[in-house]
Design a protein around this ligand. Structure first.
Ligand code: HEM
Ligand code: HEM
Length: 197
């Protein structure tokens, strides 16, 4: 059984699963978002895709809430020994902006779907109620922020992915491997004392 919790040198199964579920959901929602807004009224997916987009997006709200709680309650694995302070600070701010970007995309998506006091229907099982209905032009304003924050998030994800691949294949320090295999460590396994992921 792989370790569930993070240690000072490795990610545990819970952090790894939460990371990759989020990554695939974000990429899927981004593609689905652009695809669905260009569909014609007569396309069979015209109503299906937006509903899936909303439901998967809401599931991601729950996953992100869990993730933030887990991150707050866990220790973060230590940085690679060969990394400078400024590189580490850049990576840490990128991680914080990724989480912040996620929150803005999800909140604005929720505000588009609940504009005009509408509920979000989850396949007829239950409905998510509107919480705010006090913004004029809520659908347009939230739509603009949703579009903008989705692009900003994807740009950040591209830089984050490039950094992960560079660490893994140019520096060969197993940064990516550590986020894939729970319990695995960096190579060489000599982390700095600072605690900042
Ligand atoms: C698509 C959305 C993504 C988001 C929102 C995201 C977010 C994050 C965050 C917040 C962390 C910090 C650790 C944590 O809190 O779990 C992290 C770590 C990491 N991510 Fe991502 N990530 C995404 C996609 C990716 C992709 C596509 C890759 C690589 C192909 C990747 C590789 C990594 C690696 C290797 C780490 C560990 C970094 C370290 O040890 O310092 N991520 N990610
Ligand atoms: C990380 C999560 C999400 C990503 C990456 C994402 C991405 C996108 C993208 C790229 C678009 C197309 C934007 C455009 O061209 O105007 C879109 C549209 C939309 N999204 Fe999301 N979305 C996410 C979460 C959500 C959530 C949680 C909801 C609602 C509960 C939602 C509701 C909508 C709606 C209603 C539209 C259609 C907007 C319109 O017709 O202009 N999204 N999304």
């Amino acid at each position: 059984m792989p370790p569930l919790r993070n240690t000072p040198r490795s990610f545990g199964l819970v952090s790894v699963l939460l990371h990759w579920v989020t990554a695939f959901a974000v990429l899927g929602l981004f593609a689905c978002g652009f695809w669905m807004v260009d569909l014609s009224y007569y396309d069979p997916l015209y109503t299906v895709l937006p509903q899936w987009h909303e439901v998967v997006g809401l599931a991601l709200v729950a996953v992100t809430a869990l993730r933030l709680i887990w991150r707050g309650a866990s220790q973060q694995p230590l940085a690679a020994a060969n990394e400078s302070r400024s590189q580490r600070a850049l990576a840490t701010s990128a991680h914080i902006f990724l989480l912040l970007g996620l929150v803005v995309v999800m909140a604005s998506g929720y505000l588009i779907s609940t504009a005009g006091n509408a509920e979000i229907d989850v396949f007829g099982w239950f409905a998510v109620p509107p919480l705010i209905d006090a913004i004029d032009n809520q659908e347009d304003i939230a739509g603009y922020w949703h579009w903008l924050s989705a692009w900003a998030l994807i740009a950040l994800v591209a830089a984050h992915t490039a950094a992960a691949l560079w660490h893994q294949y140019a520096r060969r320090d197993n940064t990516l491997g550590r986020m894939i295999v729970p319990g695995s460590t960096l190579t060489p396994d000599t982390p700095k004392k600072e605690n900042s992921v």
